[in-house]
Write a protein that binds this ligand. Structure first.
Ligand SMILES: Cc1ncc(COP(=O)(O)OP(=O)(O)O)c(N)n1
Ligand code: 3NM
Ligand code: MG
Length: 236
């Protein structure tokens, strides 16, 4: 089967997802900037506990940082916040507001991602409703979301038929990530093995995830504005 297209600035690589427990207010922006320096190709602002004023302020800061790096910023759960801060899109799960409504509000240019757990029926529905990428997981035990329903690795190959970029999530580490890329994941969505509040650690981890893509994803290209070389990349 031919490769799925990557629309709207999506690309194979690390999908960095923030977490308000691991990253209190003063640590959020430096952590995301470090993930971007390390090669993250997509960032999701995920905060289920802060006040709306804090979320607004943090989302605005992340929009600016991601725009500066040329990387799309996705807001978890909240199309209104995405609209308000001019983020690039939203991620919606099965208990969130409707994908079709979000598309109406945000427009055709927005990136909308959909949680499909391990279920191809959900993937078919999300594709029909206009999702731009499909997320599957959790593939491994996750301290961030221990109760997320488990998914089998084989769902990734089977989801190729929907011709959307495929994201894997849940307990992903620099040790187990290559198996997911080889099984068909285009993006690895990571919280715990990326963010610990220390930007140097985050940048190192992001580089390591980017190296996994350089080694295993046929379409991976290092982001143009990163001053680094990966194993399969030569500067002109
Ligand atoms: C990339 C990605 N995949 C899955 C999820 C989970 O979304 P959801 O099921 O809505 O759960 P919450 O994240 O809202 O707790 C995600 N956020 N991102
Ligand atoms: C937010 C989320 N959603 C999941 C799902 O399976 O839908 S797993 C998950 C948490 C991902 O964090 P970590 O990389 O620390 O496991
Ligand atoms: Mg959600």
């Amino acid at each position: 089967m031919t490769a799925a297209p990557f629309p709207k600035g999506l690309a194979p690589g690390l999908y960095a997802i923030t977490d308000s427990k691991l990253l209190p207010d003063d640590k959020l922006l430096p952590a995301v900037e470090a993930a971007l320096r390390g090669g993250a190709v997509l960032v999701q602002y995920r905060d289920k506990s802060s006040s709306s004023a804090t979320r607004l302020n943090q989302a605005r800061n992340l929009v600016a940082a991601c725009r500066n790096a040329g990387v799309p910023l996705i807001i978890n759960d909240d199309p209104e916040l995405a609209l308000r801060v001019h983020a690039d899109g939203v991620h919606l799960g099965q208990s969130d507001s409707s994908l079709i409504d979000a598309r109406h509000r945000l427009g055709d240019g927005a990136i909308i991602g959909a949680t499909c757990h391990g279920d191809l029926t959900l993937a078919a529905k999300a594709t029909g409703e206009g999702a731009d990428y499909l997320a599957f997981g959790r593939f491994f035990g996750s301290a961030t979301k221990p109760d997320a329903p488990p998914a089998d690795l084989s769902v990734l190959a089977n989801a190729r038929q929907y011709r959307r970029p495929l994201t894997a999530i849940g307990g992903i580490t620099t040790r187990n990530g290559s198996a997911l890329i080889q099984a068909g994941a285009d993006m690895l969505a990571v919280v715990g093995d990326l963010f610990d509040g220390n930007p140097e650690y985050t940048e190192r981890q992001a580089r390591e995830f980017s190296r996994l893509f350089a080694a295993h994803h046929p379409l991976f290209q290092p982001r143009k504005n990163i001053h680094d070389t990966f194993s399969n990349h030569q500067e002109p």
